[in-house]
Ligand binder design. Sequence first.
Ligand code: OSB
Ligand code: MG
Length: 366
Amino acid sequence: MKITGIELRRIAMPLRAPFRTSFGVETARDVLLVRVVTPEAEGWGECVAMTEPLYNSEYVDGAADVLRRFLIPALPEGADAIAVKRALKPFKGHKMAKAALETAVLDAQLRARGESFGSYLGASRERVPCGVSVGIMDSIPELLDAVEGFIGEGYVRIKLKIQPGWDLAPVRAVRERFGDDVLLQVDANAAYTLADARQLAKLDAFDLLLIEQPLADDDLIQHAALAKLMSTPICLDESIESVEDAAAAITLGAASIINVKPGRVGGYLEAKAIHDLCVAHGVPVWCGGMLETGLGRAANVALAALPGFTLPGDTSASRRYFATDITTPFELADGHLDVPTGPGLGVEPIADILDDVTTAGEWIKL
Ligand code: OSB
Ligand code: MG
């Protein structure tokens, strides 16, 4: 498959409501899209880096820079996704930028041969159960209204964002109002330290599915220590950037569940390898999200259909974040999203909508 050119397109997608985490507030999603053009087909990759390096070290301008300066020039002639992954490996880090490029190549490759992402990755289901990530709010009543709305829409699992000062009270309020049957978990985005272990252990009373990334990204040893001090299962997100990280976390006892985000780990091939490792160790995995547009969402839903994804993911419907998605919107049916079956991602950007949200574009001829 010969790549003749690559487009880097920047889009700005307003969010329906601000999304607050322990690391910041998002009011619009600033996204870099990669479009790979070959004589047989085009392919899309969505870079999940955010505007500022607050979730991890990557950021949109940095991703665009490393793509044009190093990653795109290193593409091998006539490459498939596996060869692309190998060619990009010498460059340290920049997993989100690499993932976007690898995904665009994989999409073009699969569209050219008429195979879907789900089929290529090994999906074993036609639809996936969906959870929703609920941001930090100004008040408990505001949070309860938001959770009520999501439960009403059919989400099968609720994830509450937490931080010091917003942890026990919101969890207790959600349990009291919606009962013990709601599948409930929390995500701290690395906002605590091991010194907070006693406070975190108070969450054990609420029968949570898991606590996601309580401590800093590089605190594997500390997460293993925390796991001995609380009964709620520890799930890692930010700490896991590769299959090696996942193996280390499992061996150390730092995580008993893993959140797989393809962007964070460098692409869908690495994400599948982490899935396979976790299945071999009996460690449940679930598919995380990064407020993706329909393009990234399509690939995530395909990944979430693999057999080891035994917990509902943050694979919510398009309308969770966007009034208008750039693809046909993903819509919840009975708490599930259908896995696309068309070639490649199985969805395309709608040209007029894409043009409306585009803020910059660049064509790199190869
Ligand atoms: O930690 O999972 C996270 C969003 C942006 C950055 C990090 C995270 C999140 C979410 C939302 O929790 C996931 C989604 O709904 O796409
Ligand atoms: Mg997380």
